[in-house]
Design a protein around this ligand. Structure first.
Ligand code: SDX
Length: 374
């Protein structure tokens, strides 16, 4: 007899992993044994990528080697650039990203063999996503085409690719921390989608295509853009109570709040709140921080819900001038590291992921030929 249905697979333990641990009761996030707060305070996105892929912190030489590899892998084939140019500038950037990863697999088939060699494809995709987003953004913003810019960190290159300017030191650190915080999060929906795809021995690029399509949803990665839409709708601190209570009265979800695992504040939200305020102070623009502070008070009082990382990531990106519809793609540009780390772990300990369902339909109907059905 099948077991009891756990809708949304809530609390179902689907597999063992060594990559990421979340303590939802204590609000702790651990990457390969290291607390996210220590990594956010002292590490870099490249170092955290190495940690997630290889399971340990790199030596100085190993980290330098990864930096060089990622820099060397930033450019994309001319054929892909032409594909991107064929896409309308009105396209959803997550659709552009998903299309580009699929196309890249066609243009670079050698990178797609499932197995340990997929680390090459993992680093290739991680390096190329900022370029893909940058080429699309520059075309629709009438910015000059993207030229290679050596000696920029991954985070700084992402800003340069999107905005045609180098970030300030504060901005570079803020985006680097945001990338660290978004890099992995255990078996979230998009990572699970990637592992399901990999568990059939399909290729890495197909797994990442599955993941991008999954992250796009507003209940997952798409929430950060909708938080900013809500702040725009609210407009001023004195309207927070009215707008938020109105949404709750209509049983609407307040984007950026709640979490399937965290029963207290998402530790990533705590860290990003600080960066949103630092950037706001540096730019003499605290409107997001002030609005969000009031929203948090009202939502917690009315629903007992806590912020998740999507509540503050949009404020960090908006303060840097990153267009709103690129917020979720920036999430993807970071999470591609976690997705690929999980795909590699799946290949290493492969088991086809195939749950079952509890069938509740009829089982004894008789077939009636079309001619007799009227
Ligand atoms: C991410 O899984 C991950 O790790 C994801 C992520 C990652 O790094 O990969 O952390 C990234 O996706 C963060 C979440 C971003 N999404 C949002 O902010 C969208 C708004 N949040 C909700 O939709 C919701 O909280 C979820 C989807 C995140 C979690 O929902 P669950 O666990 O399925 O909880 P639920 O829908 O069963 O809600 C339980 C109750 C319900 O109330 P009742 O109907 O029982 O009275 O809480 C309420 C919900 O209505 N509720 C909310 C709410 N979240 C839950 N009510 C209003 N606003 C919300 N945001």
């Amino acid at each position: 007899m099948p077991g009891e249905v756990q809708r949304g697979l809530e609390d179902v333990v689907a597999l063992e992993s060594r990559i990421c641990f979340i303590d939802g009761q204590q609000g702790r996030l651990i990457y390969r044994g290291f607390d996210i707060r220590e990594l956010a305070a002292g590490s870099t996105f490249e170092e955290v990528s190495y940690l997630l892929w290889y399971g340990r912190l790199p030596t100085r030489t190993e980290l330098a080697g990864l930096r060089q590899r990622l820099e060397a892998l930033r450019s994309v084939p001319e054929a892909l650039s032409r594909e991107l140019e064929a896409l309308p500038v009105s396209a959803n950037p997550m659709d552009v990203l998903r299309t580009a990863v699929s196309a890249l697999a066609v243009f670079e088939p050698e990178e797609t063999a499932p197995g340990p060699s997929s680390i090459g494809g993992a680093q290739r995709l991680t390096a190329a996503l900022p370029t893909i987003l940058g080429e699309f953004q520059r075309r629709r913003a009438h910015l000059p085409p993207l030229e290679p810019r050596p000696n920029l960190s991954h985070a700084a290159y992402l800003v340069y690719a999107l905005l045609d300017r180098e970030p300030s030191e504060l901005e570079a650190r803020a985006i680097d921390v945001a990338l660290i915080l978004h890099a992995d999060h255990e078996l979230n929906a998009s990572t699970f989608a990637a592992r399901v795809t990999a568990s059939t021995l399909s290729d890495l690029y197909s797994a990442i295509t599955s993941a991008i399509g999954t992250l796009k949803g507003p209940l997952h990665g798409g929430a950060n853009e909708r938080v900013m839409e809500m702040l725009e709708e609210i407009g001023s601190v004195d309207r927070v109570e009215e707008v938020v209570k109105g949404k709750l009265a209509r049983h609407e979800r307040i984007m950026g709040f709640g979490h399937r695992v965290y029963k207290v504040e998402d530790p990533r939200a705590t860290i990003l709140r600080g960066w949103a305020r630092r950037l706001g102070e540096a730019k003499a623009d605290l409107r997001y921080s002030e609005l969000l502070e009031r929203v948090v008070q009202v939502v917690h009082r009315e629903k007992g819900l806590y912020p998740n990382l999507d509540l503050y990531s949009g404020a960090v990106y908006a303060l840097m001038g990153i267009p709103r519809d690129l917020f979720t793609p920036v999430f993807a540009a970071s999470r591609v590291v976690g997705w690929t780390a999980h795909v590699l772990e799946e290949y290493d300990d492969l088991r086809l992921i195939r749950p079952t369902s509890s069938y509740v339909g009829p089982t004894d109907l008789s077939y009636v030929p079309l001619g007799e059905r009227g």
